[in-house]
Design a protein around this ligand. Sequence first.
Ligand code: SAM
Length: 266
Amino acid sequence: MSGLKYPMFLLGDSKDTLKSIFDSSIDLILTSPPYDNLRDYKGFDFSFEEIAKELFRVLKMGGVMVWIVGDSTIDGSESLNSFKQALYFKELGFKIHDTMIYQKNNFSNPSKTRYHQIFEYMFILSKGRPKTFNPLMDRKNVYAGYTTLGENTTRKRDGNFTKQKKRVIEEFGMRYNIWKGNTSGQENMCKSIKHPATFPLWLARDHIYSWSNENDLVLDPFCGSGTTGVACKELNRNFIGCDIESSYIELAQERIKNTRVENGLF
Ligand SMILES: C[S@@+](CC[C@H](N)C(=O)[O-])C[C@H]1O[C@@H](n2cnc3c(N)ncnc32)[C@H](O)[C@@H]1O
């Protein structure tokens, strides 16, 4: 899609607007769909299967899609639509590269009959083998500075350990696949974003860093207030955002315009 100007916004139902995007042109899709009618986005619904097919078509071979979703409880039972969607993506040809968890530092609805619900799934889906993985190395190692025993800790089939070179454990290791942090509400204590279901900026930033490189093209087919677009500007990625509601597209444009980037870094 060279010659096009980013950020680019497509207003309308994604089942229609995604058709204007070229085949295999997107490096990363990062999104949180409207799920289980948990929020009333001015009455809009979405055609999951049609959109899922479009998302597979526009993603490059080796591209990744991060699908952040939760379930509602209907008539005393969790819908598990999150898993139904993941399985449908698998049928389409996506690989379920990982099932990650976004653990919120707060819950939104207190529960009296079960433990408070504080997480959403983050399905990491890929078209073929992911071409990019820039792991975040910010987990403090408990044994930093100690020397390893020189044996692998996982046993071989015969029960023995494999020998390894001894090494000094570094201060930081790769992050685990459960990401814990502030919700968007906590992150924006002093300023309210006029959208009912934003994800936090740190979450968008960390996924974009992990699964794409500078100048890559990132798509959010349900961009809402444009959090993905803001993180793209900070990290020097190109961005396409789609939403069915014009006031959300305007909000996204405004937020991205007001994002200050110094020397390409936020
Ligand atoms: C969970 S919100 C996304 C919020 C976003 N991640 C953010 O941080 O602001 C889902 C968005 O999907 C939009 N939407 C709902 N149905 C849609 C459809 N069929 N096509 C495009 N957008 C749709 C809603 O207007 C809403 O803004």
